[in-house]
Design a protein around this ligand. Structure first.
Ligand code: NAD
Ligand code: DAU
Length: 359
């Protein structure tokens, strides 16, 4: 039986990954989801699986070494998929400390607990045990507007407190692999989009604002480029690296789908207009007039673009969802989950939004 310890499973990618696992493996696996339930963690994302006998939720901080160690002692965990992190660049610019705590010290706690549970007396590890550290392409820094890609060999050059904390966590994982031959992989993925993404990130924020007739805040000139991947394709990549990736290797995940931010916003507006009935009063408000250029993000990286050659060649991964289909599915999902959006945008998120955009 494969027993997964998924950290940050109540967040955007983590909850999609847990759904992916149950869809693919059904009752042949056990999943323990450890999440602190910060503003970004939402158990509603997992409502449909919460009663499964092979699923367990544990509310805990990954920095709490005692609780994490106990989890390893009481469960025969052989796969760790480590998502838990503070993930939003703008928040890291305002408040870097929690990023270092969760992303760096939390990763160290996870590594120590897994190592203590798995390492044999002779310093080797049992077969079929692996720690997969989920990381980001932002560790590589920023590319020129024209040409160039991030490869696994690209030197790290993080610019934001978020990417610096993720780079530090990657280096810790690399150090554990090199020093202790700790069985791990690192994946560095590009920007994800899809269901359950918290509306502080570009795509859900723009969908939500447009539907509510609110301004669409574009940072700088709107020409920064991100390489968008549908979240299910990322989940598939993580699962494939877990099963087929060579130990101690890093794999970049991305689907060659570069778009300027302003292009994304026009696509969203077009799709929303197509989707809304003529009789819907929101339709008239969904317009380019909402686009508002605002002060640029500090240290804003210009362009990200992943070269996925290694993951394609070694594990046979490829993206299945083209952007046109993925964005349509995403917009459909947000339409069908208006209550979800209302609930996550009440309370703390409102406070954050006022602070970020009403300056
Ligand atoms: P998210 O912010 O939506 O979710 C993070 C989850 O981690 C939340 O459920 C939160 O409650 C939990 N968490 C935060 N601090 C914790 C702590 N101290 N202890 C336990 N749980 C804690 O993030 P996401 O977008 O789903 O990203 C998940 C991972 O994937 C992150 O490591 C991120 O760096 C990486 N990543 C994200 C993207 C992307 O586009 N979103 C792309 C590449 C890599
Ligand atoms: O590249 C992977 C990374 O993608 C992940 O590691 C991060 O966790 C994830 O948050 C994401 O980071 P970005 O900073 O690229 O994503 P975000 O959605 O915050 O912004 C995408 C682009 O849109 C970026 O160029 C900034 C711009 N933007 C964003 C917001 C929220 C705007 O112009 N206006 C906005 O209001």
């Amino acid at each position: 039986m494969k027993t997964y310890l998924v950290t940050g499973g109540a967040g955007f990618i983590g909850s999609n990954f847990i759904h992916y696992l149950f869809k693919k493996y059904g009752d042949d696996i056990r999943v323990i989801n450890v999440d602190k339930l910060t503003y970004a963690g939402n158990l509603e994302n997992l409502k449909d699986i919460e009663d499964k006998s092979n699923y367990q939720f544990v509310k805990a901080d990954i920095c709490d070494s005692e609780t994490i160690q106990t989890l390893f002692e009481n469960n025969d965990i052989n796969r760790v998929v480590h998502f838990a992190a503070e993930s939003h660049v703008d928040r890291s610019i305002k408040n870097p400390d929690v990023f270092v705590k969760t992303n760096v010290l939390g990763t160290l706690t996870m590594l120590n607990a897994a190592k203590a549970a798995w390492e044999k007396e002779d310093g080797t590890y049992p077969e079929d045990h692996k720690f997969l550290h989920v990381s980001t392409d932002e560790v590589y820094g920023s590319l020129e507007e024209e040409g160039g890609y991030f490869y696994e060999t690209t030197p790290y050059d993080p610019h934001s407190p978020y990417s610096a904390s993720k780079a530090s966590s990657d280096f810790l994982v690399k150090a554990y692999m090199d020093t202790y031959r700790f069985p791990a992989n690192i994946t560095n993925c590009s920007n994800n989009y899809g269901p359950y993404q918290f509306p502080e990130k570009l795509i859900p924020l723009m969908i939500n604002n447009a539907l509510n007739g609110k301004n669409l805040p574009v940072y700088g000139d709107g020409k920064n480029v991100r390489d968008w991947l549908y979240v299910e394709d990322h989940c598939k990549g993580i699962d494939m690296v877990m099963e087929k990736g060579r130990l101690f290797e890093t794999y970049n995940i991305g689907g060659h789908n570069e778009k300027q931010n302003i292009e994304i916003i026009h696509i969203i507006l077009d799709q929303l207009r197509n989707k809304l009935e003529d009789s819907d009063p929101r339709k008239a408000a969904v317009s380019e007039d909402l686009i508002t250029y605002v002060t640029d993000r500090k240290g804003h990286d210009r362009r990200y673009a992943i070269a996925p050659d290694k993951i394609k060649a070694e594990v046979g991964w490829y993206p299945e969802t083209m952007f046109e289909e993925g964005i349509r599915k995403t917009i459909d999902w947000y339409f069908e989950h208006e209550d979800w959006m209302k609930r996550v945008t009440s309370g703390d998120y409102q406070k954050y939004y006022e602070e970020m955009y009403n300056r």
